[in-house]
Write a protein that binds this ligand. Structure first.
Ligand SMILES: Nc1ncnc2c1ncn2[C@@H]1O[C@H](COP(=O)(O)OP(=O)(O)OP(=O)(O)O)[C@@H](O)[C@H]1O
Length: 260
């Protein structure tokens, strides 16, 4: 059977958290299809349900109703095939950088020499080759996130789910991480969902941007980013970049305002 064109689908995904103080409707209804190879960012005001949506797609939080699929398979539990990155890199402190990158392989089978070669290639790509034998505590925050990126790619996943992976980093390191991710993308495009609060980061990295409205949230904007790849940071100086930036900023501001 040939692979489906849409790598990720969400069909009326809804999430209500039951809490001691009552029900919280985190996501009212999210529906979208993501084509194979597209890099899609999700923007939206704080607390609108972006992480909840991601957790439902990753199979880490069950949807109250609706259906998600990854690579044509309905999501009904943790999606081990997808690469994942979160705000916190969650590295194992007693393992070396190289062994942290190999951890997802170690979890499911015996590590082969090909796995080691791939881990080494990835560490070169994220510029951490010289740190492969170090422990996480010896690395900066940006370096730890680069280890997490290499780890997310170790199984060469077709789908990558990233929830604010760079948000704890300083602005310069964050830009460098964005560039590193864009370069990796140029070499080996994957289907990705990337949650961020940075409109500039979303435009620079994405083929398409979805905006979620205020809770209980829905997708209120879905647009394509018109810049060819590979992109370099000079794209930010283009008038179209700024127009898109202002459009998205206005959209998020309006949804965040109690007057709208
Ligand atoms: N496990 C949980 N139990 C109860 N309520 C939750 C839980 N997780 C999230 N929520 C609530 O669901 C809503 C959406 O939270 P979520 O973390 O998905 O938003 P977000 O858009 O990712 O926020 P931010 O941009 O600030 O990270 C919030 O009101 C939050 O308090």
């Amino acid at each position: 059977m040939s692979a489906p064109f849409n790598a990720i689908t969400a069909d009326r995904l809804r999430k209500i958290y039951e809490t001691p103080s009552g029900a919280v409707e985190a996501v009212a209804e999210a529906s979208f299809d993501i084509a194979r190879g597209d890099f899609v960012s999700i923007l939206g005001p704080s607390g609108c349900g972006k992480s909840t949506l991601m957790l439902m797609l990753a199979g880490l939080e069950p949807a109250t109703s609706g259906v998600a699929t990854l690579d044509g398979m309905e999501v009904s539990g943790p999606q081990t095939e997808a690469g994942m990155m979160f705000q916190d890199p969650t590295l194992l402190p007693w393992r070396s950088v190289l062994d942290n990158v190999l951890f997802p392989v170690d979890m499911c089978r015996t590590i082969t020499s090909e796995d080691k070669t791939r881990a080494e290639t990835l560490l070169r790509m994220v510029d951490l080759w010289n740190f492969r034998e170090k422990r996480p505590r010896e690395l900066s925050g940006g370096m730890r996130q680069r280890v997490a990126l290499a780890r997310a790619l170790i199984n060469d996943p077709r789908i990558l789910l990233m929830d604010e992976p760079f948000s704890a980093l300083d602005a310069i390191t964050r830009d460098e991480m964005g560039l590193a991710l864009a370069r990796i993308w140029d070499k080996s495009p994957k289907t990705a969902i990337f949650i961020t609060h940075s409109i500039r980061e979303a435009i620079f990295l994405s083929d398409r941007i979805l905006v979620m409205g205020r809770r209980p949230s829905r997708i209120i904007e879905d647009l394509r980013v018109p810049f060819a790849r590979p992109r370099d940071p000079s794209v930010e100086a283009r008038p179209e970049f700024n127009e898109l930036y202002l459009h998205l900023k206005d959209k998020i501001h309006r949804t965040n305002s109690p007057l709208h």
